[in-house]
Design a protein around this ligand. Structure first.
Ligand code: WTA
Length: 650
């Protein structure tokens, strides 16, 4: 990957933007804080203008634009209506069963205002937390904005997470309200969501009301007094609502993500800085022309990409976008391309795993559709391998659309490293340069910048507006996780390399976080889920390279004595595997299910008892096992290998 030397000059279509984009780099280099103050005034409308750009005196907790006040929903919706753009389409909703809905900015203003009044009537006020557990439907966007409108902090939980995962997030956030739906549509079928909420709320819970959107019409258990229908409370609500002006540092949302320990972290984002960078990056990285472009980001709102590049970034920019409820292969493998043709999508943002899946299905499928409207293609979630990059450019982008490979994280809130389509000669597989205003570096173990041509750890060297403000309820963990590895530098957890031109190539996580189909999963979290099963004595999980999903979860488990016998038979072994995979799905969610579970007699450990995952990864990726000299018992690897090969024979 690192020998890649191809480079594609900026497309001539972007010549008009070249000057403006080059100018951004210059301005930011001249005076970084003045640059951000200017972006904050350009992309955000303030109720009270700020006078201070950054207060870093309490580092690593930042205050950006601290004395300004604003409202996120006003910025995403009302001001576009006030500017005369109420008739512009905000959302082209495409449901999985083929139902559609067009929502203009004026419609959105009415819907969000109604929902804000409805939530207020349930007692939600500024500072309360609201958990949102919904499919990709219009109400998901409306619910987030309604919270923002009243200054309540939303915490969206991806609909694929289990009741247990939902329960721990509700408890950690101390949510008063959960907004959910009876269900959603996926692969031609209705699947239920509300039962998971009911299960998550058994026993002690801070939740007072559950608001339920009717999406599928399926039967739903009902807790009188607690549960209310979304349509009942919104249809009767007033369409006028005055936004609550909040301080720039008011918590806008908490989003849980996997870290290196078993417990997910509630990443806290606040209002002014987050909105500034979400809008600025969306505007420049995608070169958005709100009057003419149709943008589509395929991420679910349950992830940070859905927050910054479905909800806040595009709506702050007054863009028209597509949102789609379903999967790319339902009812056929051309569904995405059909949607692009139908809405004349011009800016498209997706993940490498999806591109590789489409590559596997074959280019005949996208070739059947007219994709000529596309002019910028984005990639996010993991490094995009050069083969997938070239395919994306050639088959989807007609060899002309530039690809922006965007590196960022839940914690960074918005894109940090990416080409700009007007000025960057793009290289397949590299995210290339920090955006104007962002300072990143690749350092060695002693925190020294490595020379071009060398690798190390990716760090961010200056605070940025959309940076996380902490981990909800745990300031120490925030400092410890991100700011203790290298003094004064933000440690991203990614390995990276600078090529001879100084361009950055991301090399994957250097910690115990896996990246499966662009989703972050913690090895420890899945290990805890496995050992919570009665049969399991010990478990070790690794991320093994996978052609489609980037990495795949491979689990090594030691069974308790009484079950080990049973696992010796082919049938027993298969049923244990199914059991354990379902157990992980129940504890965390189907996305965390191990692809492979290997029952082993021992795990390789160092003398201090640390599992040597590196050796397990060698096995999982069918490699010759590497240096095992630091093992406490060097015969363990032979034992594992012989156990696995005898199983393969049986
Ligand atoms: C990885 C998703 C390489 C990286 C926005 C990071 C990437 C983690 C890229 C964050 C990219 C994301 N190239 N790696 N363009 N984008 N990553 O929090 O390991 O779900 O630390 O945020 O994804 O994942 P998260």
């Amino acid at each position: 990957m690192l020998t890649e030397t191809r480079s594609f000059p900026p497309a001539p279509e972007f010549a008009a933007q070249a000057n403006a984009q080059a100018h951004l780099y210059n301005e930011a280099a001249n005076d970084r804080l003045e640059f951000w103050a200017h972006q904050a005034r350009t992309h955000v409308t303030w109720k009270t203008p700020f006078t201070e750009t950054l207060d870093w005196s309490n580092a690593p907790v930042a205050r950006w634009f601290g004395d300004g006040t604003l409202n996120a929903a006003y910025n995403a919706v009302d001001r576009h209506v006030a500017a005369g753009n109420g008739d512009r389409v905000a959302l082209h909703f495409e449901g999985e069963p083929g139902d559609t809905r067009t929502v203009t900015y004026a419609d959105l203003q009415r819907e969000v205002s109604r929902a804000a009044n409805a939530l207020a009537s349930l007692g939600v006020t500024t500072g309360d937390r609201v958990v949102i557990y919904l499919p990709m439907i219009v109400e998901a966007v409306v619910a987030m904005l309604a919270c923002a409108r009243i200054g309540a902090t939303h915490s969206v939980v991806f609909g694929g997470f289990s009741a247990d995962a939902l329960r721990s997030r509700i408890a950690d956030a101390g949510a008063k309200i959960v907004i959910t739906a009876d269900g959603g549509f996926r692969r031609g079928k209705a699947s239920a969501l509300k039962p998971a909420v009911d299960e998550a709320l058994t026993g002690d819970s801070p939740v007072e009301h559950v608001v339920v959107v009717r999406r599928t019409g399926q039967e739903t258990a009902w807790a009188e007094g607690r549960d209310v229908w979304w349509h009942d409370i919104t249809e009767t609500a007033d369409i006028e609502h005055t936004p609550v002006w909040v301080e720039a540092e008011h918590p806008l949302f908490i989003l849980y993500t996997s870290g290196t320990t078993g417990k997910p972290k509630g990443i806290l984002h606040t209002t002014g800085g987050y909105l500034t960078q979400a809008a600025y990056t969306h505007y420049n990285v995608f070169d958005v022309k709100p009057e003419t472009d149709v943008y589509w980001c395929t991420a679910d709102i349950g992830w940070i990409t859905g927050h910054s590049y479905v909800v806040y970034g595009p709506l702050l920019n007054g863009a028209t976008q597509v949102i789609y409820e379903g999967t790319p292969d339902s009812p056929h493998q051309g569904r995405w391309w059909e949607i692009i043709e139908k809405y004349k999508v011009s800016l498209f943002y997706t993940a490498p795993t999806a591109i590789r899946t489409c590559m596997k299905w074959g280019e005949d499928i996208p070739n059947k559709y007219d994709l000529s409207s596309l002019r910028v293609l984005g990639s996010v979630g993991e490094s995009i391998n050069p083969e997938a990059w070239m395919w994306y450019r050639r088959v989807i982008g007609a060899n002309t659309a530039p690809i922006v490979d965007t590196w960022w994280q839940t914690e960074t809130g918005a894109i940090m490293i990416s080409p700009l389509p007007g000025v960057t000669a793009t290289k397949p597989g590299s995210a290339q340069r920090p955006l104007p205003g962002i300072s990143a570096e690749v350092v060695n173990d002693s925190a020294e910048a490595v020379p071009n041509g060398s690798g190390g750890y990716l760090v961010l060297t200056e605070p940025w507006p959309a940076m996380l403000r902490g981990i909800w309820g745990d300031l120490e963990r925030y400092k410890d996780t991100y700011w203790s590895r290298f003094e004064g530098l933000y440690f991203a957890g990614d390995g990276a390399k600078k090529d001879e031109d100084g361009d950055i190539w991301l090399l994957g996580r250097v910690d115990d976080v896996m990246n499966v189909s662009g989703h972050r999963l913690s090895t420890m979290e899945i290990e805890s889920a496995l050992v919570s099963h009665d049969f399991v004595a010990e478990a070790a999980v690794v991320g093994a390279a996978d052609d489609t999903t980037g990495q795949a979860v491979v689990a090594f488990v030691i069974l308790r004595e009484e079950h080990a016998q049973n696992a010796g038979t082919a049938e027993g072994s298969e049923s244990i595997q199914i059991d354990l995979r379902n157990h992980v799905a129940k504890e965390i969610g189907p996305i965390a299910k191990p692809r492979t579970i290997l029952v082993v007699p021992e795990l390789p450990k160092t003398r201090s008892g640390k599992i040597m995952r590196r050796l397990l990864r060698d096995i999982a990726e069918n490699r010759t096992v590497g240096d095992a000299t630091t093992l406490a018992d060097s015969s363990v690897m032979d034992l594992i290998a012989s156990g696995l090969s005898s199983k393969a024979r049986s």
